[in-house]
Design a protein around this ligand. Structure first.
Ligand code: IMP
Length: 201
């Protein structure tokens, strides 16, 4: 069985391979690098689930193979759930090297006057599997925590240096990749999806 992961993010492919293997699925996970003509799918939906499905449907249609896609972001209560689906470009479009830092600094600015008890939020992830026959499976994961005032840590990406998960004192940028995967929104959503795939094959 082959599965295409609808992302050009090289870090997500080994992560999904490992999660599927742990769930007992012996699928060959291909990345979009194997399909240079695959369409770029703009994330135009207002929800993580909607965007994950959009991408998985487009890639299943293009490749004729089962396709998995995810969409994720940071949702801050004080900001009425934003940046949400706009997380990747919250500060506007920056070059790849500056984008994460600009997004993170804008959120810190927006929360500058917000006291610790009102800085709760969550990383949220939706993962979608779409089969060429039209079957669709969607799972979700969430990691609750809070946004701190000063960035800490070198691991991860995006908003990791300012996010401390519930029950932790370290930011997700101070956790090892394994520690983060064990509790992360993406780890949870993909483990649920892997269990669904294992039950299908
Ligand atoms: P995407 O799901 O790869 O499109 O990611 C959306 C955006 O949400 C990223 O560019 C990050 O800004 C943010 N984000 C999603 N997951 C994480 C995470 O695990 N850590 C930090 N930021 C994240």
């Amino acid at each position: 069985m082959k599965i295409v992961l609808a992302t050009r993010n090289a870090k997500k492919v080994p992560e999904l391979r490992a999660i599927l293997a742990d769930a007992g699925v012996s699928a060959e996970v291909l990345s979009l690098d194997a399909f240079p003509d695959a369409p770029e799918v703009p994330e135009t939906e207002p929800s993580f689930v909607g965007n994950a499905l959009l991408k998985a449907r487009a890639i299943a249609a293009h490749t004729g193979l089962p396709a998995v896609a995810d969409d994720s972001g940071l949702s801050v209560e004080e900001l009425r759930g934003m940046p949400g689906v706009l997380s990747a470009r919250w500060a506007g479009r920056f070059g790849a090297d500056d984008q994460d830092r600009a997004n993170l600094e804008l959120v810190l600015d927006q929360l500058a006057d917000t006291p610790p008890e009102r800085r709760a939020g969550a990383f949220v992830c939706a993962a979608a599997l779409v089969l060429p026959d039209g079957t669709e499976v969607v799972t979700e994961g969430e990691m609750r925590g809070r946004v701190i005032r000063e960035p800490r840590g070198e691991n991860g990406f995006g908003y990791d240096p300012v996010f401390v998960p519930e029950g932790e004192s370290r930011t997700t940028a101070e956790l090892s990749p394994q520690e983060k995967n064990a509790i992360s929104h993406r780890g949870i959503a993909f483990r649920k999806l892997a269990a669904e795939i294992a039950a299908m094959v």
